[in-house]
Design a binder for this molecule. Structure first.
Ligand code: ATP
Ligand code: MG
Length: 183
């Protein structure tokens, strides 16, 4: 089975997925890391947080190449985004050609209170995330639900919303394990 896990930057996807992966043995693949490795090889960026500022055509080309690599993997959880906030609007994380390659059974959206997301971004020195307002994080979470509905209609995959409460990533991980280990 292939599962897709998404959520706005800093909500805690990678943190929660690390727990899921440790407890279930299911491999996870980070879509952004795959794209970044491809972009770095081409000398386009030095860090992954520069990728969303690249031109739309280049982002889509990297996205296609990463999808083809994931298409070859079996029984994997894909850590990615419903939509990416770019200077030219929301870019779909799973356009039709990515949905086809990944062929997921479930789309999980990890959500949290926008104020908590902002403080998680600020307290995470490992990344260079954008400085967003509470309102724009709220909008992004709303938009992501709309993208999920569109992907679901296209692919037939289910959509599950999981809340990553402050200090409780284990609880979010359990909620995810419940829905990805049913056949
Ligand atoms: P991105 O999309 O940018 O990769 P992400 O959703 O993968 O972001 P993480 O890197 O997992 O987010 O988490 C961002 C920060 O929030 C980290 O510093 C992490 O330790 C912290 N964090 C994650 N989950 C929780 C939680 N439940 N409570 C408190 N802090 C958390
Ligand atoms: Mg992450």
């Amino acid at each position: 089975m292939r599962s897709v896990i998404t959520g706005v930057a800093g909500v805690g996807k990678t943190t929660v997925l690390d727990i899921v992966s440790r407890q279930t043995g299911i491999n996870m693949v980070n879509y952004g890391t795959l794209m970044f490795e491809l972009a770095k090889k081409r000398g386009l960026v030095d860090n992954r947080d520069q990728m969303r500022k690249l031109s739309r055509d280049i982002q889509i080309d990297l996205q296609k190449n990463a999808a083809m690599e994931i298409g070859k993997m079996d029984n994997v959880i894909v850590d990615t985004h419903m939509s990416i906030k770019t200077p030219f609007g929301y870019l779909p994380g799973l356009p039709e050609w990515v949905l086809r390659e990944i062929n997921a059974s479930i789309f999980i959206i990890v959500e949290a209170d926008p104020e908590l997301i902002l403080s998680r971004r600020r307290n995470d020195p490992t990344r260079a995330r954008d400085e967003d307002s509470i309102e724009s994080i709220r909008e992004h979470q709303e938009i992501n639900r709309a993208f999920a509905a569109a992907y679901s209609v296209f692919s037939g995959a289910t959509v599950k919303i999981v809340t990553n409460e402050e200090g409780k990533p284990d609880k979010a991980a359990q909620d995810i394990i419940k829905v990805i280990t049913v056949d």
